[in-house]
Design a protein around this ligand. Structure first.
Ligand SMILES: Nc1ncnc2c1ncn2[C@@H]1O[C@H](COP(=O)(O)OP(=O)(O)O)[C@@H](O)[C@H]1O
Ligand SMILES: [Mg+2]
Length: 158
């Protein structure tokens, strides 16, 4: 993977703040954007995604609906795909789920546990790593790989 073109680090002091950061990102997302989320269980990946979905005008009921699929399609201002690769062993298994057909069909993509299957990411993407620093605080490190991801990151965290 080529070196990142832009990096930003921010601190979130609460789940609500992480949500708000997600909303701002969701307002900026365009079809084709790919966001990879890294962080242990409870790091706040899903909190961020729910914010992004709100920012992309996905109806709340869609995000709340429980499902066991690997990729959840949401329809907001643009199509949004939310994937969780926690249970995926490798790229072959991911192919079998239809992930690559879905994410290649346009829309923006959010992938939790991207580190489980790094090959899930396209050449250009934004990687967000969440790390707990205190009980309620998280450090969010965002790294852009490519020109569009860098522009997205610069707009998200100026
Ligand atoms: N600053 C913060 N940002 C996000 N979540 C936080 C924060 N502080 C505490 N939390 C808690 O951490 C948990 C994050 O859960 P979740 O978003 O499902 O994580 P993940 O998807 O990474 O497993 C929630 O229980 C949330 O209340
Ligand atoms: Mg999660």
């Amino acid at each position: 993977m080529s070196p990142s073109t832009l990096t930003r680090t921010v601190r979130s002091a609460s789940p609500e703040e992480t949500h708000r950061l997600g909303v701002r990102l969701g307002e900026l997302l365009q079809p084709g954007d790919f966001i990879g989320l890294i962080g242990d269980l409870g790091a706040g990946k899903t909190h961020l995604v729910r914010g992004v979905a709100e920012g992309a005008q996905v109806p709340r009921s869609e995000v709340a609906s429980p499902t066991f699929a690997i990729v959840y399609p949401y329809s907001g201002r643009i199509p949004l795909y939310h994937a969780d690769l926690y249970r995926i062993a490798d790229e072959d298994e991911l192919y079998a789920t239809g992930f690559f057909d879905l994410v290649g069909s346009g829309g923006a993509v959010l992938v939790e546990w991207l580190d489980r299957v790094p090959g899930a990411a396209p050449r250009e993407f934004l990687r967000v790593t969440l790390r707990p620093t205190e009980e309620e605080a998280r450090e969010l490190q965002a790294e852009a790989f490519g020109a569009r991801p860098a522009a997205l990151l610069a707009a998200w965290l100026p």
